[in-house]
Design a protein around this ligand. Sequence first.
Ligand SMILES: *Cc1c(COP(=O)(O)O)cnc(C)c1O
Length: 429
Amino acid sequence: MNPQTDSGKPGSLKEIQAAEAKLLVQTYERNPLLFVSGQGVRLRDEQGNEYLDLLSGIGVCALGYQHPAITGALQQQSHGLLHTSNLFYHRGTSELALRLTEITGLDRVFFCNTGTEAWEAALKLARAHALRLRSQGRKIGTGILAMEDSFHGRTMGSLATTHKLKYREPFEPVMPGVSFVPFNDVEALRAAFSSDVCAIAIEVIQGEGGIHPVSPLFLAAARELCDSTGALLLLDEIQSGMGRTGRWCAYQHYGIQPDVTTLAKPLAGGVPIGAMLCSEEASRALAPGMHGTTFGGNPLACAVAIAVIDEIKQSRLLDHVASLGGYFLGRLRELQTRFPCIREVRGMGLMIGVELESESLARQTLQDMMEHRIILNRTHETVLRFLPPYILSRGDVDHTIDALSELLATHSRFSTQPTAVVDGEKIHG
Ligand SMILES: *Cc1c(COP(=O)(O)O)cnc(C)c1O
């Protein structure tokens, strides 16, 4: 950001960039920022600049940075055990599972370490469940219906249910048996469904796909179709769950209960953990030895996840997320009435997308916001995505709206002048 004061001294941004360029497999395009600490909803870079973080590490740091509930749990657990393996008991797994079954309305939990692993477990459970039904003489196949514009992770099974060709194609053949249905198209879902299908896979709010909530009719149709054959309804809440939308799970806004759900990102506020939750009936498909993981449900991750859940309850953060999210959405929609370059504002609670008229405008806005020291990101090319910590305040929202409003006003003035074309695509169009 500031080349004069950051000229390649040891541990500087420049030096780290050079080292990573040489040493890391180049899977990421990073922003040129080097964060060294954080407090509340703010991150601090190596030069002491503070940034308002509206992304929370892609929806992970739900309690912000250095939250006493998390630092306390980490400190306490550092004097206990970090790992035992799943060959033995420890106190954390059942304590966390009890909380997760209470908040989701599901019966049993399988713990793992990431989102994609939770989703893999869900897919494997669906296949095993169908096998069990077949062994009882029921007619049910192995097909999986996933949604267009879906994202479920990067391992081979999760990837097979992830729609974007760019993610999937270089690694083919991925897991077979998956068909994609246009999201929220009830007729297409009914047409694609048959007794060959063992699961319907849905993100209640598509995250990477641009913050698109499932429609109530579509979700109800998926539930009804699954009930008609014994197929499982798999709802991926890795991004939308754990309070992000003002309820523990986004499906609770719809009054529809899945057979299986997956949680991860904010579950332990930054410590890696994933969980696949399922009904008692579905859980019967997995017997000892059929699935497992070395690290899953370790004492450290469980202790921190318990602390996160208890803090969300004690500080009534679901109510805060719901009301602040409503305020944030309202203020963004106000902006939309002033700036026609905002195509749509979507979201629930603190999971919000602002669709702009072009990819280049979205890129530019993101970069300008970074210069205003506000962190967010872009998804599905044209959508600005907000996944702030739950502890965000009204003042933080007002500050964000002021910055966005200023930027868009500048852009609007700029783009009305024929000589100053901001939108690169228009040059070629
Ligand atoms: C992030 C995400 C995943 C994958 O989680 P990882 O922890 O990155 O493996 C899966 N599904 C959804 C909806 C996600 O947002």
